[in-house]
Design a binder for this molecule. Structure first.
Ligand code: TTP
Length: 364
């Protein structure tokens, strides 16, 4: 019998596109609807029956990821951490994890990605058909910004096969972008060893998959049905937050004083609203305080945050941040931990922030 399928989640990387948040924290721990992005991937694997998960970590942010995800028992899985000394590419990450993966087939999941509907169906398809690799694809309006797959029909096969993968093509032949979830047999290790670094100096997983294709191996496409989000940039992070908040069912375990809640809102234990309005979908974390505040749709307010005499919409606030006395509305913003934004005078203006942990901003 083939060894059980394993999971590999990539949580290293540089995260340059999410600076300054990533100066002090791993991007995979930025919360989406108050839960770290990484946890969605772990949960998706657990739900697909994968019990052994390796997590690739970087030396700089690895400890934080270890302490957040622990040994995996909270998710009903076993987690092994694999340190990748430098972010030398996704195929390099696979090679780094080879001692953990051994001969097993595995699902590789980018730790900053979110996939609606999970991966159980894909794992089942892979195990039933046993191709050498199965890659997930989704139609996008701007394929020139992604890795793009070219497909070919195969008699008797519903999905056909992949013939070519092109990184960020200037003239894309299809609109099918590679999603950050892949399934491989152990043959990917030899492929990753056979390729050379790309122009940007990384061992690219697309090159390793192309090596499989060129060697006559069966690489199958799987077009995903639901949404997929790579949260590597602020706008995508906010979009992921919006999409996940839309799926939450409202409940209130907090305290409401002269306050209104409209639509689907989750209020976690110990949160307190005074003379405030929250319009969902939104989540208010435990111990948060809203005083004379308005929180609008698609907002995730982290644990212990404070919003006072202010309006906040379509934003993510990490643990312990405060927004006080703004008379404009803060929107489309991501605040790190313990950020303070406080208004010092009363001139109306619009604000847009992307602020790192422990920052303090006063608007004069
Ligand atoms: P990317 O978002 O493509 O790369 P990055 O994290 O370096 O980000 P940026 O481009 O903003 O600098 O990586 C996708 C996922 O894979 C992400 O969770 C980080 C992880 N990763 C590794 O674990 N090892 C690597 O060598 C690379 C390149 C990425």
């Amino acid at each position: 019998m083939a060894p059980a399928m394993k999971g590999l989640i990539l949580s290293g990387g540089r995260g340059t596109r999410l600076r300054p948040i990533t100066h002090t924290s791993a991007k995979q721990l930025v919360p989406v609807a108050n839960k770290p992005v990484l946890f969605y991937g772990i949960e998706a694997m657990a739900a697909a029956g994968i019990g052994e998960i390796g997590i690739i970590i970087a030396p700089e942010t690895g400890d934080e990821i270890r302490s957040a995800a622990g040994d995996g028992s909270a998710f009903g899985v076993r987690i092994t951490y694999v340190v990748q000394d430098e972010p030398a590419g996704l195929a390099h990450a696979v090679l780094t994890a080879e001692p953990f993966l051994g001969d097993s087939s595995f699902v590789m999941y980018l730790g900053d990605n979110l996939l609606q509907g999970g991966i159980a169906e894909l794992v089942a398809a892979f195990e039933a058909e046993r191709p050498d690799a199965l890659i997930l694809l989704t139609p996008v309006p701007d394929p020139q910004n992604y890795g793009v797959a070219e497909l070919e029909a195969v008699a008797g096969s519903e999905r056909g096969r992949v013939v070519r993968l092109v990184e960020k093509p200037s003239a894309p032949k299809t609109d099918l972008a590679l999603v950050g979830v892949y399934m491989f047999t152990a043959g990917i290790h030899d492929a990753a060893r056979a390729i050379v670094p790309s122009a940007r100096g990384e061992l690219e997983i697309t090159d390793a998959i192309q090596f499989l294709v060129d060697g006559g191996r069966r690489v199958e496409p799987y077009v995903v049905k639901g949404w997929w989000k790579d949260t590597g940039r602020l706008a995508d992070m906010l979009e992921a937050n919006r999409l996940v908040l839309e799926t939450l069912v409202g409940r209130s375990e907090g305290e409401l004083v002269d306050s209104q809640v409209e639509g689907s809102v989750v209020i976690e234990p110990g949160a307190r609203l005074e003379r405030s309005t929250v319009r969902g979908p939104a989540i208010i974390g435990s111990g948060a305080r809203l005083i004379d505040a308005y929180v609008g749709p698609y907002t995730a307010v982290g644990e212990g945050c404070r919003i006072e005499r202010a309006e906040v919409e379509h934003s993510i606030l990490l643990v312990g941040s405060s927004v006080i006395g703004l008379d404009g509305r803060m929107e489309s913003s991501l605040l790190g931990r313990n950020v303070v934004i406080r208004r010092a005078d009363a001139q109306p203006r619009a604000f847009r922030f992307m602020v790192g942990d422990n920052s303090e901003i006063e608007i004069l």
